[in-house]
Design a protein around this ligand. Structure first.
Ligand SMILES: [Fe+2]
Ligand SMILES: [Fe+2]
Length: 138
C-alpha cells in the first residue's frame, strides 16, 4: 500500500518545488513499505523517526532560505511546519504507549491532508516569491 499517493492538490505549479516534494513523498513511501515485514515497536519507531527527520530536513532548508531572504511570512510558515512535526511525534507517542494503531494509514492521512493545504498555499506563496513569478523553476 502506498502511504501517500501523489495528488494534484500537492502541486505548486513550480516545477523544481513539485519535484522536491515528489522526492520527499517517495522517500516517505519507501520507508513505509520497507516496514511491512517488521511491525515491532522498535522498528516502527525507527521508521517514524526517519520520516520525521526527512520532513524536518526539507523544512529546515526552506526555513533557512526564508531567514536568508528576510521573508515576511517566516513565522506563520514555520508554525505550520512545526505543527506537522509535532503531529508525527504524537503518532510516535501513541506507538510508544503500546496502542495498536495502523500507523501507516494514520501517517498517510495526516501528511496527505497537511501537504494538500501547505504546498498549495504557504509553499506556493513562498516559492513564487523566491523563484520569481512566472518562472516555472525549470
Ligand atoms: Fe516544501
Ligand atoms: Fe513549507
Amino acid at each position: 500500500m502506498t502511504a501517500i499517493p501523489w495528488k494534484n492538490e500537492f502541486e505548486t505549479g513550480i516545477m523544481s518545488v513539485d519535484h522536491d516534494h515528489d522526492s520527499l513523498i517517495q522517500a516517505i513511501n519507501s520507508l513505509c513499505e520497507r516496514l511491512e515485514s517488521d511491525l515491532s515497536e522498535v522498528a516502527v519507531l525507527r521508521q517514524l523517526d526517519e520520516i520525521h527527520a526527512l520532513i524536518e530536513a526539507h523544512f529546515a532548508a526552506e526555513e533557512k532560505t526564508m531567514i536568508d531572504t528576510d521573508y515576511s511570512g517566516y513565522a506563520d510558515h514555520k508554525q505550520d511546519h512545526d505543527r506537522l512535526l509535532n503531529d508525527i511525534l504524537d503518532i510516535m507517542d501513541q506507538v510508544k504507549s503500546g496502542k495498536s494503531i495502523d500507523w501507516v494509514s494514520l501517517l498517510g492521512n495526516l501528511t496527505a491532508k497537511w501537504f494538500s493545504v501547505h504546498f498549495s498555499t504557504l509553499d506556493k506563496a513562498f516559492h513564487l516569491q523566491t523563484h520569481g513569478a512566472g518562472n516555472n523553476g525549470s
